[in-house]
Design a binder for this molecule. Structure first.
Ligand code: ZN
Length: 201
């Protein structure tokens, strides 16, 4: 869970208290400046998630426009600034979506933190080489899956056929999908308009 989302679910009473404190203080509310903001490309495709502070700077410099403000305001010494929840860049960022680097974290994300043998969801998973390294299985996207320690132990140095274990899904390199920046993030309701319904977040 990203640290900057830690305040997203703060109770209303607490948020109101923070509001009234802000009335008395010239300092911006620290937690608000760290809240997540969805950054859209010129073509409205999400390209990044930044924080309120960074978003205000981008808007202030004319590099982005404010699309949504569901956050209230930030009070500084000289001004009251709207805190955005969605901004849109005023220019098109052409970003090649490179194949992602194989790492434990990326494999767990691809497999949605689900053991690819028993289907159990867990934050505590290991990596399993489908064709074991001892049988010259490559360390590659299509040979590495998330597995719970119980399944990993049971499979040991065997192939799924040898261990009589079936994969939930054949592993492959993840799609270079621009919406993956949103995976495992808290999605604010106001963002959903810009996120296709069928990407399963
Ligand atoms: Zn398992």
């Amino acid at each position: 869970m990203p640290v900057e989302n830690a305040q997203a679910g703060r109770p209303v009473a607490e948020a109101l208290r923070a509001d009234s404190e802000a009335e008395d203080s010239s300092a911006p509310r620290a937690w608000l400046t760290h809240e997540p903001v969805l950054v859209l490309n010129l073509n409205y495709v999400p390209i990044n998630i930044c924080n309120v502070r960074r978003a205000i700077i981008l808007v202030g410099k004319g590099k982005a426009e404010l699309l949504e403000n569901h956050r209230g305001t930030l009070r500084t010494v000289t001004a009251v600034i709207e805190a955005p929840s969605i901004i849109r860049l005023v220019y098109l960022v052409k970003r090649p979506f490179l194949p992602r680097k194989l790492s434990k974290k990326e494999v767990l994300l691809r497999d949605r933190y689900t053991c690819q043998y028993c289907g159990k969801k867990s934050q505590d998973l290991t990596l399993d080489h489908v064709i074991p390294r001892t049988q010259h299985g490559p360390h590659a996207w299509d040979n590495v899956v998330a597995a719970c320690s119980r399944c990993n132990l049971r499979k040991a140095g065997r192939t799924p056929v040898e261990a009589r274990m079936k994969l939930v899904k054949e592993p492959r390199a993840p799609d270079p999908n621009p919406y993956l920046i949103l995976q495992n993030r808290t999605i604010l309701d106001s963002w959903r308009l810009y996120i296709p319904w069928n990407i399963g977040l």
